[in-house]
Design a protein around this ligand. Sequence first.
Ligand SMILES: NC(=O)c1ccc[n+]([C@@H]2O[C@H](COP(=O)([O-])OP(=O)(O)OC[C@H]3O[C@@H](n4cnc5c(N)ncnc54)[C@H](OP(=O)(O)O)[C@@H]3O)[C@@H](O)[C@H]2O)c1
Length: 338
Amino acid sequence: LRIILVGFGTVGQSLARIIHKDRERIVDDYGFDPQITTIVDSRGYCQDKNGLDLAAALEAKERLGTVAKYPEKGRRRPTASRIISTSEGEVVVESTPSNFKDGEPGLSNIKQALTTGKHVVTVNKGPLALAMPALLELANHKKLQLRFSGTVGGGTPFLSFASKCLPGEKILGVHGVLNGTTNYILTRMENSSLGFQAALREAQMKGYAETDSSNDVQGFDTAAKIVIIANLIINRRLNLHDVEITGISKVTPQSLRDAKASGAKIKLIGRISESKATVKPEEISATDPICVPDTLNALTFSTEHAGNVTLIGKGAGGEQTGSAILRDLVDIRGRYTI
Ligand SMILES: NC(=O)c1ccc[n+]([C@@H]2O[C@H](COP(=O)([O-])OP(=O)(O)OC[C@H]3O[C@@H](n4cnc5c(N)ncnc54)[C@H](OP(=O)(O)O)[C@@H]3O)[C@@H](O)[C@H]2O)c1
């Protein structure tokens, strides 16, 4: 299975480490050999049709800042989408930054991959948040797989749990905590009385929040995940513009204390009900299983017959998300004799 890996940051490098370390086990357990043949970052790419030496690619990235400096086989640009169209490979893994304004560069990369006959595994939420129905249709039309396990829940299989463990059930609604950064901030504001800005700075210092954490704090990251769940699990053709979104920047330590006094907590909740999709701070009973602390995620599926079913786990992290990509690759390989 030849893989074109686009984006070589936290997640892309984690995937390379996992494949480098576990190749023998993957071959033994699943009967296929994942070969990363092309890696692209923002400054260039490296390519070897027989499979790149992943230790050398990781070293070039760490020491020299770009895979373009991979020994002999590294090159400066062209753009990722041109490399995708001209390179051989069965699967494109898209792990460039999530952009919720126009979905780029991920949107063009995914379209280019599908139109040139390649399956896609994406961890990038931007293209799905803005154009998931159209992308699924394109993949379907081309008889290719578009997989995205790592976009919701990192390594915790929220999406496949619902699609594989609850078949036959009617899922009436979904709600939960889907963003670790904001959950950490609210937990710290509640437990230590820090104000919003101080809690955000602490989350940034600990590496839980990015320098530009606006997508998390303003609720766009949670809303993107709600869109993905709605399209995949509830068959609702939503995009980001259909979600009512309120972030957490106006939550105060006093409102958290008031909630606590009445046995509740304020959480940033993504919710799909029968009539609408919302992301906003909500008071939730402290005994509700979705009231998870720190960076944890939790999602409740409200089903017609089984009642509420809740899954809890880590929502992000490079290694966890890399393992979700591997799950998708195994699945694609299992469905197709490539
Ligand atoms: N980190 C997590 O825990 C996590 C969990 C779930 C989903 N995700 C999603 O996974 C994606 C990647 O996250 P990350 O944490 O790995 O981000 P990251 O560390 O910022 O890495 C992004 C990578 O994309 C590359 N890139 C940016 N613009 C590009 C372009 N125009 N062409 C080619 N490459 C480009 C960057 O190149 P340079 O290295 O040259 O800057 C970098 O290698 C995001 O969409 C994120 O939302 C992340």
